[in-house]
Design a protein around this ligand. Structure first.
Ligand SMILES: Nc1nc2c(ncn2[C@@H]2O[C@H](COP(=O)(O)OP(=O)(O)O)[C@@H](O)[C@H]2O)c(=O)[nH]1
Ligand SMILES: [Mg+2]
Length: 202
């Protein structure tokens, strides 16, 4: 397969509400996480060039499950779209359940190759994002921060936010990196694809 099109034949594999239903823990999995409505599903649809792959929603807090997508059947490379967190309008109980599911996933998944944290570039580094960043730091997990919706800021605004984010990662002594991105305009898509492919070893 032409490596430029590496993500084009991505298919939906399974939607799970419990870890025991996850696909066998082999191959490599990259987890997409982020606050509800930050654009996780849209980023996935952008890199796969498939607007219908992951459901996007104007109403935040819809995705309760871990959705697994298969990028490459031979290598079993996968992307896990984790439930969005930090949505105020769902009950505390539901939020707790999501947090439990995400934590259990992160702490048990052997095939986890790295974490992509998707943030709205206008509202980055909220508390739950920082919790995940800390977790990456503690567990030495590779981290990529995607500052999505960059089309909502000026070019200089985007540069400023990306620089701020990279500085912050450096100060935290993290090997992670931040990228500006727009799902709607596909800005930053080459850099994101390069990074993911490197993680997937292709
Ligand atoms: N302007 C703009 N809107 C976006 C972008 N990415 C996602 N959105 C919108 O943000 C909303 C939430 O997107 P979605 O992918 O469902 O977010 P998720 O909850 O994190 O999966 C939808 O209305 C999307 O159309 C982007 O890059 N730019
Ligand atoms: Mg989603």
């Amino acid at each position: 397969m032409n490596s430029r099109n590496y993500f084009f034949s991505t298919r939906f594999l399974v939607s799970v509400f419990s870890l025991k239903d996850l696909p066998t823990d082999i191959g490599l999995e990259i987890a997409f996480c982020g606050r509800s409505n930050s654009g996780k599903s849209s980023v996935l649809n952008a890199i796969t060039r498939n607007k219908k792959l992951a459901k996007t929603s104007k109403t935040p807090g819809r995705t309760r499950a871990i959705n697994i997508f298969c990028i490459d059947d031979q290598k079993m490379n996968r992307i896990a779209d984790l439930p969005g967190y930090g949505f105020a309008r769902v009950s505390k109980q539901t939020q707790k359940e999501w947090a439990k599911l995400i934590t259990a996933y992160l702490n048990s998944r052997q095939s986890l190759r790295g974490l992509v944290i998707i943030m709205d570039i206008r509202h980055p580094f909220k508390e739950s994002d920082l919790t995940l960043i800390d977790w990456c730091s503690e567990t030495n997990t590779p981290l990529l921060i995607v500052l999505n919706k960059s089309d909502k800021l000026s070019k200089s605004g985007v540069l400023r936010e990306v620089e701020k984010a990279n500085l912050m990662l450096k100060q935290m002594n993290l090997k992670g990196q931040a990228l500006g991105f727009s799902s709607t305009k596909t800005t930053g898509i080459e850099k994101l694809e390069e990074k993911l492919k490197r993680w997937f070893d292709v």
